[in-house]
Write a protein that binds this ligand. Structure first.
Ligand code: 13P
Ligand code: 13P
Ligand code: MG
Ligand code: MG
Length: 364
């Protein structure tokens, strides 16, 4: 059975500030998608949140880039924005960068990750969602899952994974893409994906079968809007088991928190803390950044789940470490490397302040 999984997300208003989503907004999204399921457009859906981001997880048979599905998501965000406006939530409609839908949510603000697949005998899927971070945040985790034998032992001892994976990498500034073969080309690939604000892993494919293994959202709000409007807060779909990494191999990278960009006003580096959905409530200095993971088994397109994967106690130590790292970063206050490097500050106050002081800068 061909089935498409579309994960489309937007921040349509924060409760309180940028720290969480309001239950009425989630309920409204549930109403919209429930209607679409009754009408037969969706096979199934699950509405959830990561911090202040509303996450629509949908299965259907319309294929990728379907205007009907994208319009459903857009109309749902518009409807939820109305609820957010009534409640005067913070930044209501924040991520909807356009007034009118024009066929596809790409480039309009919402984040998008879609895969069309032939449902396997057992189709295990993990949906990763993050808040207070930017799209490149998946680079290191995806690298570890699909190219690092110290993370994924299946690359070494599972014959159906041993040939490796292909990585499609996007240069989001120059709008170019390239595919790297792992393991042979990992050193070349790391030159680029080690700079995650510009080079992002868009998709990963099985080397032998060419099947899609993972797909991430690479929308960069600041590049679309040309100014700071909130962080991308990306999503990523990863297929699991069989010829793909085991569930535990997909979650393992998050056991060792790394620093990502996007904390406070989208302008700071901070640790990516794996948490349950319930704990995706970034409060300290609007953070630190969070990642949640929901797991499903697909059955005839039905989403059997979710399981809240980071609710597990085995991530307690990672959370503790992330909090320690948060202290260390906060110590720097307005200084780099807590504050983002200059190029990223282009989308904040930097241009205004530079302009204001232009005439006071004299030659050395
Ligand atoms: P969001 O991108 O999650 O809305 O966060 C914005 C922000 O500036 C938090 O400090
Ligand atoms: P406001 O200026 O809208 O309060 O937002 C600050 C902030 O949280 C950055 O998004
Ligand atoms: Mg917000
Ligand atoms: Mg957010």
């Amino acid at each position: 059975m061909r089935i498409t999984l579309s994960v489309i997300k937007a921040d349509v208003g924060g409760y309180v500030g940028h720290s969480d989503s309001h239950p009425d907004v989630l309920a409204k999204a549930g109403d919209c998608l429930s209607r679409a399921k009754k009408e037969g457009l969706l096979v199934d859906y699950h509405v959830t949140k990561c911090g202040d981001d509303l996450e629509l997880i949908m299965t259907h048979q319309q294929g990728e880039d379907s205007e009907k599905i994208h319009k459903l998501a857009w109309d749902t965000f518009v409807g939820c924005t109305e609820v957010a406006k009534k409640l005067k939530l913070h930044g209501a409609g924040q991520d909807l960068l356009s007034d009118a839908f024009s066929g596809n949510v790409k480039g309009m603000g919402p984040g998008l990750s879609e895969v069309e697949i032939e449902e396997r005998g057992a189709e295990t899927l993990i949906v990763l969602m993050a808040d207070k971070t930017s799209s490149g945040a998946w680079n290191m985790p995806l690298y570890k899952m699909f190219a690092d034998p110290f993370n994924t032992i299946g690359l070494v001892i599972a014959s159906n994974m041993h040939a490796g994976f292909d990585f499609e990498v996007h240069d989001v500034k120059e709008h170019k893409k390239i595919t790297f073969r792992a393991p042979e080309e990992i050193y070349d690939m790391l030159v680029f994906i080690g700079a995650p604000s510009r080079y992002m892993i868009k998709a990963v494919y099985h080397r032998e079968t060419k099947e899609i293994a993972a797909v991430s959202s690479t929308q960069r709000l600041a590049l679309i809007a040309g100014r700071y409007v909130g962080k991308d807060d990306p999503v990523c779909i990863v297929r699991s088991q069989g010829k793909f990494p085991a569930v535990g191999e997909i979650l393992e990278p998050f056991a060792a928190p790394i620093l990502v960009e996007g904390w406070m006003r989208g302008s700071h580096m901070g640790p990516l803390m794996p948490v349950s959905i319930h704990d995706s409530t970034p409060s300290r200095f609007d953070g630190p950044p969070r990642v949640v993971a929901v797991g499903f088994q697909l059955s005839g397109g039905k989403l059997i789940g979710p399981r809240d994967m980071f609710a597990d106690k085995s991530f307690n130590l990672a959370r503790h470490q992330a909090n320690e790292m948060a202290d260390l970063m906060r110590r720097h206050g307005p200084f780099e490397p807590h504050r983002l490097p200059l190029e990223e500050m282009e989308y904040t106050t930097m241009p205004e302040v530079t302009k204001k002081l232009e005439e006071r800068f004299t030659d050395l």
